[in-house]
Design a protein around this ligand. Structure first.
Ligand SMILES: Nc1ncnc2c1ncn2[C@@H]1O[C@H](COP(=O)(O)OP(=O)(O)OP(=O)(O)O)[C@@H](O)[C@H]1O
Ligand SMILES: [Mg+2]
Length: 405
């Protein structure tokens, strides 16, 4: 941390010394800190010094000139280290709690994924839909939906990481649950310098963030990732025409409910999938047999990116060829997905991802799912299931003939 990392705005605030502690004349008294965090830091520092019997007047002048932690350390060498540590902590929070003038403000969980592949059309769609316009007329929002592990968050992350120069504020907000959402918004409140103290009410912070977004007139991008219930977003949904929003959700209805456009994200198609696999394993198929095996691997996992990353990790770790992997996969696919490393930025393996999705199904949906596994995966005609002549007699599937279901 260096003094130069403090912004001009903060340096100006720091320069404005605490008049209440000054023993100096009018010049000092007329200057008072405007940033509450800095004020608190100075007050605490002076308080500690006073306890140690050191008169503020002896250090007043120097303290006003402190522009960063290194200077504070220099000054404090002659005084005491305990107070310095405390004051440094405050300094750190001062930096984290940058004031609103300290823009841009980015809250993005992961940097650019160098192994990101494809999705060119979808990235262009995001750009067209979300990039700030010269004369903005309305808030813009887009939803991305698709299977678990298909690449929704990765697509959003890629857009975010390559659009930092277009926005003043970018905030990635996990929105699976109310707790996660509020936690992230409180963090954003702090980063924007809107949260005044440790004990401030979370809901007050959420309100402050929303008000700031609506009134600051700065272009911002919010990403609500993995939205569980769309209603959760009511508390923060802004009105500003400078805003852009991405919603990701496995559910089409959650992703589509509040936006003007949606992207239905599909797994990679055959040819693209083979290229992804090759780029992930770093291994070009050697000869026709290997080429066929690589295609077969992609077909088996239906081009699902999460599965392809896990498979590639497995192939790389064990040094298998595509053919060797295929033979292994045919014997113990489940073990491969259970044992191979999930991607670093994704907490689940393919198996746990599906387990979570399946656990959240209703009783009826579970019964239907148990039936569907016997069909070919593509385009199952609905009439097969609802036609009375199909004579499905399982009581758990009676809802299929209910017109309201
Ligand atoms: N375009 C891509 N290029 C390379 N790898 C990708 C791509 N898309 C996804 N992946 C890989 O797949 C993993 C899962 O993707 P992601 O987290 O985006 O899934 P998701 O659709 O958001 O799933 P969930 O619904 O569970 O949140 C990523 O961690 C990444 O390793
Ligand atoms: Mg996701």
């Amino acid at each position: 941390m260096s003094s130069s990392s403090l912004t001009k705005a903060n340096a100006a605030t720091i320069d404005a010394a605490p008049a209440s502690f000054s023993s100096g004349g009018e010049r000092e008294r007329s200057r008072s800190p405007t940033n509450p965090v800095w004020k608190a830091a100075i007050e605490r520092y002076y308080g500690e010094l006073a306890k140690g019997g050191i008169k503020a007047s002896t250090i007043d002048k120097d303290l006003w000139d402190v522009r960063g932690p290194d200077e504070l350390i220099r000054l404090s060498r002659e005084i005491s280290t305990a107070e310095t540590v405390a004051a440094l902590k405050d300094f750190q929070s001062l930096q984290i709690l940058s004031d609103p003038a300290r823009l841009p403000c980015f809250m993005i969980p992961y940097g650019l994924n160098l192994r990101f592949f494809g999705r060119t059309a979808e990235i262009q769609t995001l750009k067209d839909a979300l990039h700030p316009r010269e004369e903005p007329t309305q808030l813009r929002a887009i939803g991305i939906h698709g299977l678990g592990g298909v690449g929704k968050s990765q697509l959003a992350l890629h857009y975010v990481n390559t659009s930092m120069d277009a926005f003043e504020v970018i905030a990635w907000i996990p929105a699976e649950t109310q707790i996660k959402l509020v936690q992230a918004l409180c963090q954003l409140a702090k980063k924007l310098g809107l949260a005044e103290g440790e004990n401030e009410d979370d809901y007050q912070n959420v309100g402050k963030v929303r008000d700031w977004l609506n009134t600051a007139g700065k272009p911002f991008l919010l990403i609500f990732d993995n939205v569980g219930k769309l209603g959760l977003l009511d508390q923060i949904w802004p009105a500003s025409n400078r805003g852009s929003i991405i919603i990701t959700s496995r559910s089409h209805s959650q992703a589509a409910g509040r936006v003007t456009a949606t992207i239905a994200l599909s797994p990679f198609r055959a040819e693209e999938g083979r290229e992804v696999l090759q780029s992930l394993t770093g291994m070009k198929p050697a000869g026709d047999e290997e080429e066929t095996a690589a295609r077969e691997v992609c077909r088996l996992v239906d081009g699902l990116p999460l599965a392809m990353v896990q498979i590639s990790n497995f192939i790389r770790d064990r040094g298998y060829s595509y053919g060797e992997f295929l033979r292994m996969y045919e014997k113990s696919a489940e073990k491969i997905f259970a044992k191979s490393e999930p991607p670093v930025e994704y907490n689940h393996t393919l198996l746990t991802t599906w387990e979570i999705s399946l656990q959240s199904l209703s009783t009826e949906a579970t019964a239907l799912q148990n039936l569907l596994v016997f069909f070919d995966p593509d385009t199952i005609p609905e009439r097969l299931l609802i036609n009375a002549k199909a004579e499905i007699q399982d009581a758990r599937l009676e809802f299929l003939s209910d017109e309201f279901e």
